[in-house]
Design a protein. Structure first.
Lengths: 84, 488
């Protein structure tokens, strides 16, 4: 896996989560829209890496039907850490 | 601990004022710091264990998620992915549940786009890539170097607190067993069963076993605390880091048990100490995934209160013991008058070569090296230099003989005739008005009463006993290594 690919995926994940909290499927739906971009192999490593880094916060939240999903949201961090 | 409380007596004529000075720095170092360490370590391990024993918190409801049971292909994929995660159990369960949920959503979405279920499953899994690679990438994302360093630090901290917890628990267990044993002995004695007096003749054995047992328990707890804390903090499966702590504990506690820890020893105690590295190593692996037994707040409070009381009592007790035992050894019990057994002790020096017994036994006192300094002196009332007193003597030496205390049935007293020669012989250091030698009885395995004699070779070429310098009842006090290398 190239670092360039990883950085690109990271940037797209952060952009996807900029407006509202999303599940992993929700993030994938935002960033992997084209058939050529269907590869999700980096999605979870990036999500978990950002969470470990403190830039994302994850929690299990039930949806409208009461079904729990792991939901990610961006954390407000001091200037310099929240950027891409 | 005895140095925490320093007693000073003053006054005379039967009235004695006793003051107790408390070494507050010692109190902080030896009471407060260990208690805080123990509390901190328990909290750290508890927090870490939330990751080790299953899903974090009360998340049983995750099992009721609709995608919890997937097709065989999905289950196989998830099994393979989780097998490469090497994360704590709670993290593994969480990642698996999340992937399961994600794949379920993905399948539904693809089916909505017109794919049949089989194709949708294949496509969903294909998008995630190789399960091995996905598991590896997720593991790398969790296991940062920062977390590894934090885990190492947390492990050391938890080990320190765990040692305190284990030591207190081990001592409590040892004292509990001792009390139980004493009760059994008492009951058997009341029932008329003849038993040896272990309390007085086997104190070295009992104390060394208690010490070794408590130390072993402490080393075990320290190792287990370290593995659990560092696994939780560094987000690693306990078994993946257990080998590091196993080797560290085996080396560290093994070294401490064999070379560092000093106290009463016996062969069973030494064997128990030699088992410490093995036990510490095994403690890192045996049932390490299972959380510690839960201890309620009331039990912790009661335990800490008991710890303070026990430590203060021990400090007071040891303080008293140190002050009452320092200076001179306990006098021999004389009992009914008996002829002193001389064994192979050299005959007393003829009066002509030691006029008016110019050279006397000077007694014994503690030496800075930890040994006992025996001395012989010239009469303090007469200005006789040692050089003058020794005109008739050469090859002066102090000889320590095994000594019998008068006991029933025959009240035999004097040289223990089971020994044909002195146990320890040291050349006399000659000073202006005294002679001296430092004996390390605490490094001799065979404990018991001793008597030290000053002997010398007279003008006729024969060895004589010039002075009795006193004696005492000694017990071994050293490390396991000291015991193993002690003179026979």
């Amino acid at each position: 896996m190239s670092s360039e690919r990883l950085d690109k995926e990271l940037q797209r994940v952060l952009e996807a989560l900029a407006s509202a909290p999303l599940t992993s499927a929700g993030v994938a739906g935002r960033i992997h829209t084209a058939p050529a971009e269907a590869d999700q192999s980096l999605l979870f490593p990036v999500l978990h890496g950002l969470e470990a880094d403190g830039r994302l916060q994850a929690a299990w939240r039930p949806d409208a039907n009461g079904v729990p999903h792991r939901t990610y949201r961006r954390r407000r961090l001091p200037t310099g850490r929240n950027g891409l | 601990m005895g140095f925490l409380l320093d007693r000073h007596g003053e006054g005379g004529g039967g009235a004695q004022v006793m003051t107790i000075n408390i070494d507050w720095l010692g109190v902080v170092l030896f009471l407060i710091v260990p208690i805080l360490l123990a509390i901190g370590a328990v909290l750290v391990v508890r927090r870490s264990e939330r990751r080790l024993g299953g899903l974090q918190g009360n998340r049983d409801w995750l099992d009721s998620a609709p995608n919890a049971t997937q097709a065989d292909a999905v289950t196989e994929y998830l099994d393979r992915m989780t097998s490469t995660l090497s994360l704590p159990a709670a993290d593994v369960a969480e990642v698996r549940a999340e992937l399961d949920d994600h794949i379920g959503d993905s399948i539904e979405s693809l089916q909505a786009e017109g794919l049949d279920r089989e194709k949708a499953i294949r496509e969903s899994l294909a998008r995630l890539g190789s399960p091995d690679e996905l598991g590896r990438q997720i593991r790398v994302a969790h296991q940062s170097t920062r977390r590894l360093l934090a885990g190492a630090g947390g492990g050391v901290f938890a080990a320190s607190g765990g040692f305190v917890v284990g030591w207190v628990g081990g001592m409590a267990l040892a004292y509990g067993l001792l009390i139980l044993g004493a009760l059994c002995f008492g009951l058997l004695t009341l029932a008329g069963v003849g038993l040896p007096d272990l309390s007085s003749s086997q104190t070295g054995l009992i104390n060394s076993l208690m010490l070794a047992g408590a130390f072993m328990f402490a080393a075990t707890q320290a190792t287990r605390f370290a593995v659990r804390a560092s696994a939780g903090i560094s987000r690693r499966a306990p078994r993946s880091i257990a080998i590091f702590w196993a080797l560290t504990s085996a080396a560290g506690f093994g070294w401490w048990a064999i070379f560092g820890l000093r106290g009463p020893m016996s062969w069973p105690g030494v064997i128990a100490f030699l088992c410490v590295p093995v036990v510490a190593y095994a403690a890192a692996f045996v049932r390490i995934e299972r959380p510690m037994p839960h201890v309620g707040r009331n039990a912790i409070a009661a335990g800490l209160g008991g710890l303070v009381i026990v430590m203060l009592s021990l400090g007071l007790l040891l303080g008293v013991t140190v002050h009452t035992s320092s200076g001179s050894l306990a006098p021999l019990n004389t009992g009914p008058a008996q002829e002193v057994s001389r064994g192979n002790l050299p005959p007393d020096a003829p009066e002509a070569w030691n006029p008016d017994r110019t050279i006397n036994g000077g007694g014994v006192r503690s030496d800075a090296s930890g040994g006992e300094l025996y001395s012989a002196i010239t009469d303090q009332q007469l200005p006789v230099s040692m050089a003058t007193a020794l005109l008739n003597w050469h090859d002066l030496r102090f000889e320590a003989w095994h000594w019998l205390e008068p006991r029933e049935p025959d009240y035999a007293f004097g040289v223990d005739t089971r020994y044909s020669s002195p146990a320890i012989v040291l050349p006399a250091e000659i000073h202006p008005t005294w002679l001296q030698a430092v004996f390390h009885f605490e490094r001799v395995r065979d404990p018991g009463p001793w008597e030290v004699m000053l002997t010398g070779v007279g003008p006729d070429g024969r060895r004589y006993t010039i002075a009795d310098c006193g004696g005492g009842n000694s017990a071994f006090n050293g490390s396991v290594w000291d015991w193993l290398t002690a003179p026979l």
